[in-house]
Design a protein around this ligand. Structure first.
Ligand code: ADP
Length: 449
């Protein structure tokens, strides 16, 4: 007997797999790719009452849509056929039993820095050396490619001198093709629906552009380099698991065959908080607005705390402001589920808790420390923390108990909150839940005046 699927609960997000015109007044028409939210489960499991992004409601057929899920628990890879440094013999074992067109790429053992393409063909394995020449990759010195993905893509289309064209990747154990996983979970967008318009920011690894995705203004992180894209895949998969009004919302990702990656998020018209504060200053932004931003960020962080996520890079530069002045936390490049360890080389010293710098001990409590620094940034209208202290002296002084002074004009109650966040003992710092209550209380107090 066919298994009856449990009904999706209210609030479930789905993505349309096909166009639906609707046949009656009650139906909600939609196009392939539209995101719909279930509002009521009807008696008939084949139909749901749902609403679209514009807020229109109606009935939708369950089999026309796909439930959107968080991408997690797997090793997403842009190059699942890449096996790193394995020997020729290991490659041959992996390509056994023989299957013409089954392939993998490994790092060359004889020529460090080069790669080897191993292809199974008529019961034998051929090993083609891929050489790195003048910044490009080539097998035959005729066809040159920017990266391994482009090379594999080319030989998938035609053999072009190889014993066979590449037919089936031998996937590294535990790896999952990122593109397949994003499609399966409903987060893959169509490139032709996305129009890129202008550059709005320079990220560390590529441009951030303003664009239009099916009539909605969006921000797009464009990553061209395949190795970097691999790192951003992790950021995007974290974002699929999180949803909160004060977190910059992921709309979806596009993984192209040549290794380019587009991460599409909601557009935050007023840019990053630190620039917002600096450019407008105290003559334009009043105390209520500062407290409002502080509370917005705190709400997002309380949600991350409850979801057991550690951000690790909380700072005013990583908070963006929407057209209607809502502050939202972004940049999940370093965010991880609570338990993992990480490389400390790239840490922003002035924002990172002492125990995180010293012992790589990242936790929600180290995020609370960073939140204290962020509060200081807000109340000093975007100044760089620890003014006049050379960077190398910051950690030693902080460890001896040094705390920044109260920013000019900052209410004493807010300064006390900062100081609580900067307790050297992480366990003595407040939780984001407590911080939220304190800030709500302060909002109530100042609101009464
Ligand atoms: P990276 O993490 O690679 O350094 P960021 O995410 O910090 O890149 O983005 C760089 C800049 O691009 C930001 O400071 C901001 O000005 C702009 N930007 C990023 N995301 C958005 C967005 N969703 N809406 C509007 N502007 C954005």
């Amino acid at each position: 007997m066919a298994k009856v699927q449990a009904p999706w609960p209210q609030g479930t997000e789905c993505v349309a797999r096909y166009n639906f015109k609707g046949t009656s007044e009650q139906d909600l028409p939609f196009n392939k790719g539209d995101v719909l939210t279930i509002i009521v489960v009807t008696k008939d499991p084949n139909w749901y009452k749902a609403k679209n992004a514009a807020g229109q409601e109606g009935t939708i057929p369950a089999n026309y849509v796909q439930k959107r899920e968080g991408v997690k628990g797997c090793k997403l890879s842009l190059m699942p056929w890449f096996h790193g440094k394995i020997s020729r013999e290991q490659a041959e074992q992996l390509l056994h039993p023989p299957e013409t067109g089954l392939f993998l790429v490994r790092e060359s053992t004889n020529f460090p820095g080069d790669y080897t393409l191993c292809v199974s063909c008529d019961g034998k394995v051929e090993h083609y050396r891929i050489i790195y020449k003048k910044g490009k990759l080539t097998i035959d010195e005729e066809g040159f490619f920017e990266n391994l993905m482009q090379l594999v893509e080319h030989y998938t289309k035609e053999d072009d001198g190889l014993c066979t064209k590449l037919i089936k990747p031998k996937v590294e154990e535990g790896a999952v093709a990122a593109q397949d996983e994003f499609s399966r979970s409903g987060w893959s967008l169509t490139r032709k629906d996305l129009a890129l318009q202008s550059v709005i920011g320079k990220g560390e690894f590529g441009d951030v552009m303003m664009g239009d995705y099916r009539g909605t203004k969006v921000a797009v992180k464009c990553i061209k380099n395949d190795a970097t894209a691999q790192a951003f895949i992790a950021e995007a998969s974290v974002m699929t698991q999180l949803r909160h009004d004060n977190l910059v919302q992921l709309l979806g990702v596009i993984v192209e065959k040549d290794g380019s990656l587009f991460i599409v998020t909601e557009f935050m018209a007023k840019g990053c908080l630190v620039d917002y504060l600096r450019s407008r200053g105290r003559t334009v932004i009043d105390g209520d607005s500062l407290l409002h931003f502080a509370l917005n960020v705190c709400e997002a962080m309380a949600y991350l705390e409850a979801s057991n996520f550690v951000h690790r890079d909380l700072a005013a530069r990583n908070v963006l402001v929407s057209d209607d002045n809502i502050a939202k936390v972004s940049d999940f490049g370093l965010a991880k589920e609570a338990s993992s360890v990480q490389d400390t080389a790239k840490l922003p010293i002035k924002w990172t808790a002492p125990e995180a710098i010293r012992e790589k001990n990242f936790s929600t409590k180290s995020d609370v420390w960073s939140y204290g620094i962020l509060l200081w940034e807000i109340y000093s209208f975007g100044r760089v923390p620890y003014p006049r202290i050379p960077l190398k002296d910051v950690v030693p002084r902080v460890e001896k108990g040094y705390k920044m002074d109260c920013p000019d004009g900052c209410p004493e109650v807010v300064y006390n909150v900062m100081k609580q966040c900067w307790n050297i003992d992480p366990t003595a710092r407040p939780t984001f839940r407590q911080l939220k209550e304190w800030l709500q209380h302060i909002t109530g107090e100042t609101g009464k005046k």
